[in-house]
Ligand binder design. Structure first.
Ligand SMILES: [Zn+2]
Length: 155
């Protein structure tokens, strides 16, 4: 699946028998890939996806920081009720636009509370792009309107 992160495009591919849980080609590369190990449990898959998409959008940020932020994002999204549903294989399936926007908003809230050294506009664009990908992959929430805030910053 072709995904857009901060106006660049990667192909997201699920790979069986992959030596790592995830890997991201650098933004300057041609025909870039983000590879994710197939068959991970949903929460780990979410963490790996967020981790690799953060690398894609913030290539200069250290592995250590990306790793911490991705773990935090995953915990918080799961804690407020985001979960993965399997998109139907029959017919045309499209994610709900409201889910895309809401998960992007939650990501923006978390990223802005954690990465204050990075330009807010950059984080907003990145959060929105990641939200679109996650919604396309089937991430949704039961009670969108009444979901809690994704929580105060963890120390
Ligand atoms: Zn990494």
């Amino acid at each position: 699946m072709r995904i857009r992160i901060r106006r660049k495009y990667w192909t997201l591919r699920y790979v069986a028998n992959f030596g790592a849980d995830g890997e991201c080609d650098e933004p300057q590369a041609r025909s870039k890939l983000i590879r994710v190990r197939a068959g991970l449990p949903p929460k780990r898959e979410l963490e790996v996806l967020v981790h690799e998409m953060l690398h894609a959008g913030l290539w200069d940020v250290s592995e250590d920081t990306i790793d911490r932020i991705a773990a935090d994002v995953t915990e918080r999204l799961a804690a407020i009720g985001w979960k993965k549903v399997k998109p139907p294989t029959q017919g045309r399936w499209r994610p709900k636009r409201a889910d895309q926007i809401a998960i992007g908003d939650d990501l923006r809230y978390i990223l802005r509370s954690r990465m204050w050294a990075i330009d807010g506009g950059v984080l907003d664009e990145l959060a929105s792009d990641i939200g679109v990908v996650l919604a396309r992959l089937g991430w949704t929430i039961d009670d969108l309107e009444n979901r809690p805030l994704p929580g105060a910053p963890l120390v």
